[in-house]
Every structure is written in structure tokens, then in C-alpha cells.
Design a protein around this ligand. Structure first.
Ligand SMILES: *Cc1c(COP(=O)(O)O)cnc(C)c1O
Length: 233
């Protein structure tokens, strides 16, 4: 068995196990194969094993892979998005996970209107308050949600967070709990045109903890494709 196929089987088994333990349906947790820096044959292999959700963090790479691969793939933009690049992906992405400012949202609205489509987004929240990370503060999420609710071509689908890099995944549990709470609070506000359904959290090192705290999307790169080699790019 190839490495990617074996890795995927392993990840899927672990998802099923942790769902079982946490009393969740396995179908409620969607696996995004984070394929950044990886060559097309690796993505094709994951596709052959049933992956249809792929995550990229760079606009140009997403566009190139979008053009080369089957059109039933759902592309997830998970990296920091610059306003001047929104136009290249607005008609290609299934979900933008990394919305972190009103100005970015305004640009997405403008481009989405041009393409006459509705773009689904998540708001990235910097729950751990790390300076090196993008994302809005927990205190400003609600305000941004309310702004976006006014925009006809954007739908807020939920929240996303990138937890700190830690040795012991349990250390991230409080951050997952915290974003879940913000998410639930917003659901209870019943804001028109806001559809809080998705919680994107958990990566290779901590997705099991994230699932047990309510993740609906987990983003797994290394655990599927192996280590990334940034040196050669
Ligand atoms: C790279 C990346 C991932 C995947 O990280 P792994 O540790 O390789 O699973 C997940 N989310 C985001 C936003 C990323 O940039």
C-alpha cells in the first residue's frame, strides 16, 4: 500500500474512533487534505482514495491545482488572503477559512458580486492571542459577523482557528473550547443571513482533541502527505 493511502486509512480510522468516543456521527466531521507544497501526483493519489476536500494556503498554488485537477474537488483557502488576490479565487473556492478583517470582507463582497455568486466564508479567530498569527480577537468576532450579515454575496458559515504548536495536544483543548463557546453564543443570537454550521479546527497534531470539542472540519496535511519540504520551493 502506498504511503498516502495508508496514512488516509489511519486518519479516517482515528476520526471514526474519536467520534464514537465523543458520541458524534463520523459524517459530521469532514476531513480536508491540506496539500500545500505537495505535487499534483500526491493530490491525485488522495483523490483516488476518495478525498474531495483539499486545503491550500497560497492563491497561485490553489489556482494552478484547481486548473489541473477534477472539477468535483472542493477547494478550501486556509491561508492568509491578501485583498488584491481575492479576484483570482473567488470563482474557484468552496470555502474561505481565513477571513480576518472587514476590509478583506468588503473586497470579497465586491468580487463575488462581479461574478454573481455567493461566497461562503469562515471567520478566523486568534483564540490563543498569538502575535504571530492572523485572525480577529475573540471580542471582535460578533461585530464582524454582524457586518457580513449585511452583505448580499457573502455567507458566514462558521469559525476557524489555528491553535498553537504544542507537544501535548491537550494543551490546546481550552482554545477549542473557547472558540466553540463563541460559535454557540453567535448561534443563539439568531442573526439573519448568518449560518453558523462549521467549526474548522484541528490539524495533524491536535485533530482528535478538536473533534472531541466539536470540530466539523479538520485540516490535516502532514498526517496524510508526510512532512513538507519548504526548502526546495
Ligand atoms: C498547513 C496547515 C494545516 C495542516 O498542518 P499539518 O500540521 O501538516 O496537518 C492546517 N491548517 C492550516 C491553516 C495550515 O496552514
Amino acid at each position: 500500500m502506498s504511503e498516502i493511502k495508508g496514512n488516509l486509512e489511519n486518519v479516517r480510522e482515528r476520526i471514526a474512533e474519536i467520534c464514537e468516543k465523543s458520541g458524534r456521527a463520523a459524517a459530521d466531521v469532514k476531513l480536508i487534505a491540506v496539500s500545500k507544497t505537495k505535487p499534483l501526483p500526491d493530490l491525485e493519489e488522495a483523490y483516488a482514495c476518495g478525498c474531495r476536500d483539499f486545503g491550500e494556503n497560497k492563491v497561485q498554488e490553489l489556482v494552478e491545482k484547481y486548473e489541473a485537477l477534477p472539477k468535483d474537488i472542493r477547494w478550501h483557502m486556509i491561508g492568509h488572503l491578501q485583498r488584491n488576490k481575492v479576484k483570482y479565487i473567488v470563482d474557484k473556492v468552496f470555502l474561505i477559512h481565513s477571513v480576518d478583517s472587514l476590509r478583506l470582507v468588503q473586497e470579497i463582497e465586491k468580487e463575488a458580486a462581479k461574478h454573481e455568486r455567493t461566497v461562503n466564508i469562515l471567520i478566523e479567530v486568534n483564540v490563543a492571542g498569538e502575535e504571530s498569527k492572523f485572525g480577529v480577537t475573540p471580542e471582535s468576532v460578533l461585530e464582524l459577523v454582524k457586518e457580513i450579515a449585511q452583505m448580499p454575496h457573502i455567507r458566514v458559515r462558521g469559525l476557524m482557528t489555528i491553535a498553537p504548536y504544542v507537544e501535548d495536544a491537550e494543551e490546546n483543548r481550552p482554545y477549542f473550547e473557547k472558540i466553540k463557546k463563541i460559535y454557540v453564543d453567535i448561534i443563539h443570537k439568531n442573526i439573519d443571513n448568518v449560518f453558523m454550521e462549521e467549526l474548522s479546527m484541528g490539524m495533524t497534531g491536535d485533530y482528535e482533541v478538536a473533534i472531541s470539542e466539536g470540530a466539523t472540519y479538520i485540516r490535516v496535511g502532514t498526517g496524510i502527505f508526510g512532512e513538507r519540504n519548504y526548502g526546495s520551493i
